[in-house]
Design a binder for this molecule. Sequence first.
Ligand SMILES: Cc1cc2nc3c(=O)[nH]c(=O)nc-3n(C[C@H](O)[C@H](O)[C@H](O)COP(=O)(O)OP(=O)(O)OC[C@H]3O[C@@H](n4cnc5c(N)ncnc54)[C@H](O)[C@@H]3O)c2cc1C
Length: 324
Amino acid sequence: MELNLGMGGSAPTAYDVIIIGGGPAGASAAIYTARADLRTLVIDKGLTAGALGVTGEISNYPGVPGPVSGAELVEIMRGQAESFGATFLTDKVIGVDLGGEPKRVQAGTQSYTARAVILATGAMGRTQAVAGEEQFLGRGVSYCATCDGAFFRNRPVAVVGNNDEAVEEALFLTKFTDQVHLIVPTTQLNARPLLLAELERSPAIRMRLGTRLREVMGNGRVQGVRIHARSGAEEMLPVDGAFIYLQGAKPITDYVMGQLETTAEGCLVVDREMQTSLPGVFAVGDLLCTHVKQAVIAAADGVIAAMAADKYLRGRKQLRADWK
Ligand SMILES: Cc1cc2nc3c(=O)[nH]c(=O)nc-3n(C[C@H](O)[C@H](O)[C@H](O)COP(=O)(O)OP(=O)(O)OC[C@H]3O[C@@H](n4cnc5c(N)ncnc54)[C@H](O)[C@@H]3O)c2cc1C
């Protein structure tokens, strides 16, 4: 069934459903929406930027006895969704307009539209900023190289993080500058082998393993970062930009920018079909303040939201899982 998208239908960026986040919640939702013949776009900022993506080994996911790494399990789920026609895009969602028709999703410099949106961005958000980070946000501190990289042509920059997203952003910045410092808090970098190989081939990126970002410093604009190596050595690295991709344990909802109802604790409110306070907008997985954070629970949430999105888009009276 061809759905009427209400905007000419043939726009290349128009989908029936956009899923933000491609972990177990988002990928499972995509399996069901794509299999229901809904044009499905999944936007994910990086395989190792999510909770399952960073998990070394998983042996309790039903039907997959393992041993399998979390990233391998996510790839299996994504492959299954792709086999039903879902499209995956690697990018970071930085904003949404959920109230309109169609709904808009901004990823990097590109905007995408759909009639339904499923939020599945997990809970790896940071609870605390480093000193100077908020002060210099937009004045040298950035979370998006795709958006801001061009401002740092031929300038020294620091990229801070330990995942696919950080490496991808560091590689992206080499389009503009050959002075990229990759600051990795751990002694090993957790990124896909393909990205690690690309990193090795890039002379523009200098990597510092086992080094923490302590402070972003400057005077009106960023002038440097204070970093602390495991050896105890502290150093002020002169840079004009600091791109920060660190992770924590807070639900990632920054891109929603207050458009959805939350509880007093700041958790998104959803009904039993995972629908948020806005019709056609669903939220699933660790992103919700669920007390049991497990991959199979996140996947189950994704399935419910996918069926609810199908019901919403097709005007069904009930959830249905017997499409094909
Ligand atoms: C160390 C560790 C070990 C674990 N071990 C187990 C285990 O053994 N068994 C088990 O069942 N569970 C385990 N879990 C829990 C399980 O990983 C999570 O419950 C599950 O991954 C949640 O799925 P999710 O899809 O909601 O979120 P995530 O897996 O976190 O996926 C969220 C996705 O959203 C993407 N994203 C975030 N922000 C954006 C944005 N702005 N734009 C685009 N994409 C974005 C991320 O790249 C990520 O891929 C473990 C978790 C951790 C941290």
